[in-house]
Design a protein around this ligand. Structure first.
Ligand SMILES: NC(=O)c1ccc[n+]([C@@H]2O[C@H](COP(=O)([O-])OP(=O)(O)OC[C@H]3O[C@@H](n4cnc5c(N)ncnc54)[C@H](OP(=O)(O)O)[C@@H]3O)[C@@H](O)[C@H]2O)c1
Length: 447
């Protein structure tokens, strides 16, 4: 129609069985009404045609000499010689092919020539090797194509212009902060539109955004707190297990690293890791806390994600941020409670650690990481800091775990995580107390 050549892969001898679209639609209708649930039906035709014959028939319909128009180009790799489906089972349901090849082709051509506004610009379909064309693009696309998986260090992306993040969790705390950080650092990003359990929508997001990395900060965390997961178990499984695994799997299929915000609330002090001992849980240790349904889903999914070499799991704990007005901030939470327990724990200062998560993506790091500042801090130590920096009149009341159990539904985990792996990779990482002072209390200090 546009006077361009008609490229044909190889010599055009590959055969396919072509069926008119209305016949296919009728086949769906027959299967819908007469098929047996769980059975598989092939929709096909016994008549096979070579690609060259099809091209010649198209030329004939346009009044063109195929010898002038057809251009043989290098074959596609793995171009199948033949596809052929046996449609006998479908025929037994009463379906049959009604439209002849000639008639179907003519109707197809007529529709396309009469409705150009409907199908728009499909010239890309005439590029015989679209991937090869992409590789020669002089733009940022090259950065995308040059991206390599774990271990292939030369693929490290050290320039922000080569990065584009696809982030899930737009309306969430961590997802929102990540987007802000990308804006500040000039890193291109888009938020995912898909619900995590919807595989085809995720694939669509990846196609649209063409990210260098995917960040997952989407999760059912429970509102007002994790107790909500106890009464919404299926929803919690759907996002935290099915959704997270689906996203990891799509990323694997697409050769993408997924940076996954996970939780360290899957561990609980035990005999080998008693409170105050300085012995923290390491990355390769098995979760030992499934007291809450939320933690159970997170522990389960982490076990499966271990098998995905494209996933970087970041175990966040009791996150703290410089925004003391945010009710999700651990410091804000405990300053508002009527009574608090007093137990040392590992925690994550987001202002320091979220930028590190971006550095980890740039380095293409994968595997499991305890994503906490080194050391532990107790509730009382935080509240003392709060009093000293923010409000000299501030007072609080402690209670013990037994009393706490009466005001919560599901038990909470308390633990120390060993963050030496992260510290080795990022030697400037501050200990938890120094980090809280530098990133939270000093910027918020009242004059
Ligand atoms: N905050 C904490 O105390 C804490 C502690 C340790 C670890 N973490 C981990 O850090 C990660 C992020 O936590 P957060 O505190 O930022 O969570 P959050 O504020 O509760 O946000 C969760 C986000 O996930 C989205 N989401 C939920 N179900 C989804 C689904 N099926 N498909 C797509 N999006 C979905 C929500 O969007 P909608 O509103 O549209 O549903 C929301 O944007 C989680 O993995 C969490 O386990 C958090």
């Amino acid at each position: 129609m546009k006077g361009e050549n008609l490229p044909i892969h190889g010599d055009g001898s590959n055969v396919r069985s072509y069926l008119y679209s209305e016949d296919v639609a009728r086949a769906f209708d027959v299967v819908l009404h007469k098929g047996v649930i769980g059975h598989v039906y092939n929709i096909g035709t016994q008549k096979e045609r070579s690609v060259l014959d099809v091209a010649k028939d198209i030329c004939k319909l346009f009044g063109l000499d195929s010898k002038d128009v057809i251009e043989f180009v290098q074959d596609r790799p793995f171009n199948d010689k033949r596809y052929f489906l046996d449609d006998k089972k479908l025929k037994r349901l009463g379906w049959e092919e009604k439209t002849s090849w000639e008639e179907g082709l003519k109707r197809t051509m007529d529709w396309y020539t009469q409705n150009p506004d409907w199908w728009g610009d499909v010239t890309a379909a005439l590029h015989p090797h679209p991937r090869a064309s992409l590789i020669s693009l002089p733009s940022d696309d090259n950065c995308f194509l040059h991206y390599k998986m774990r271990g292939e260090k030369e693929g490290n992306l050290d320039s922000s212009s080569c990065l584009k993040f696809l982030i899930y969790g737009k309306t969430g705390w961590i997802g929102g902060l990540l987007g802000k950080l990308c804006n500040e650092d000039g890193i291109e990003f888009e938020y995912g539109r898909a619900r995590l359990e919807n595989r085809s929508s995720i694939v669509e997001d990846v196609r649209r955004v063409r990210p260098s990395h995917v960040f997952n900060a989407a999760c059912v965390t429970g509102r007002p707190n994790v107790d909500c997961c106890e009464t919404h178990k299926v929803e919690t499984i759907r996002t935290n297990v099915v959704g997270t695994l689906t996203l990891a799997d799509v990323c694997k299929e697409q050769g993408l690293i997924m940076v996954n915000f996970a939780t360290g609330c899957i561990f609980e002090y035990d005999e080998k890791h008693p409170p105050g001992s300085g012995v923290g849980f390491k990355e390769d240790e098995k979760p030992n806390f499934t007291g809450s349904f939320y933690s159970k889903t997170k522990a389960m999914v982490e076990e499966f994600l271990r098998e995905y070499e494209n996933v970087c799991t970041l175990r966040v704990r009791m996150p703290i941020s410089s925004d003391l007005s945010n009710p999700r901030n651990f410091i804000t939470k405990i300053t508002r409670y009527d009574k608090v327990v007093n137990i040392p724990n590992s925690m994550t200062v987001l202002d320091e650690l979220l930028p590190i998560s971006i550095e980890m993506a740039k380095k293409n790091l994968t595997g499991i990481w305890n994503f906490t500042n080194p050391g532990v801090i107790s509730h009382n130590e935080i509240l003392e800091m709060y009093r000293d920096h923010m409000d000299p009149e501030f007072r609080w009341v402690n209670f013990d775990l037994e009393e706490q159990a009466k005001v919560i539904v599901a038990p909470r985990s308390n633990n120390e995580m060993d963050s030496s792996k992260l510290k080795n990779e990022f030697p400037n990482l501050l200990g938890i107390k120094d980090s809280i002072i530098k990133y939270v209390f000093e910027p918020n200090k009242k004059n």
